[in-house]
Design a binder for this molecule. Structure first.
Ligand code: TMP
Length: 199
């Protein structure tokens, strides 16, 4: 099983993933917990480049997209594919849906650019994707409470509204795979919603 977790900032993905990880381990499953961008030493370096706020040079949207996929290619080859081949369950904090939501819906890049990358560099797609959905303001308040904001978190509400609309579009397009969770509820309730789908 390959399970991904998606949503805008501060919706409680990390908390949910930890709970699901413990739940599946208790069931005796071998589980790998990982994230994007990142998940391998090299991909984590690319993540730093993507998230750091650079005052000397702004990152172009194309560079951002390609770095996401450079990190993803490394992550797939080093972590995701070997784990799936070994029969493990992979829990991934974000995957290709984030590229559609952030780089296409958010930044305005064409879906065609993304399709080319997905077709050529993404051999495995999640069986289930949990989309934690909540109003933008709620998540941004939580993100601000966590401390210094990264390059994405510094974006305006209007950007995140577009990202959220992107996830809604995917949700409508892939109803079998995408499961929407109401992230305005307590962490325990969000976990119960997810477990109900897993069962
Ligand atoms: P995180 O907040 O879940 O740790 O993810 C880091 C940021 O990277 C988050 O703001 C969303 C962004 N992102 C993209 O823009 N495109 C992608 O493909 C991925 C995986 C993440």
């Amino acid at each position: 099983m390959f399970i991904s977790f998606e949503g805008t900032e501060g919706v409680g993905k990390t908390t949910l993933i930890r709970k699901i990880y413990e739940y599946l381990e208790q069931q005796g499953q071998a589980v790998v917990l990982t994230r994007e961008p990142g998940g391998t030493p090299m991909a984590e370096q690319i993540r730093s480049l993507l998230l750091s706020v650079n005052h000397e040079e702004s990152m172009s949207n194309d560079t951002e997209l390609l770095l996401m996929y450079a990190a993803r290619a490394q992550h797939l080859q080093q972590v995701i594919i070997p784990a799936l081949v070994a029969g493990k369950t992979v829990l991934c904090d974000r995957f290709t849906d984030a590229s559609f939501a952030y780089q296409c819906a958010g930044r305005g890049l064409s879906r065609e650019k993304l399709n080319v990358l997905n077709q050529n560099f993404v051999s495995h797609m999640p069986n289930i994707t949990f989309w934690l959905d909540a109003p933008i303001e709620l998540g941004m308040t939580r993100a601000r409470e966590r401390g210094a904001l990264d390059r994405f978190e510094q974006e305006k509400v209007t950007f995140f509204e577009k990202v959220r609309a992107g996830y809604q579009e995917l949700f409508e397009q892939y109803p079998e795979r995408m499961k929407r969770l109401d992230a305005t509820q307590t962490p325990e309730q969000v976990f119960e919603q997810a477990v109900a789908y897993l069962k």
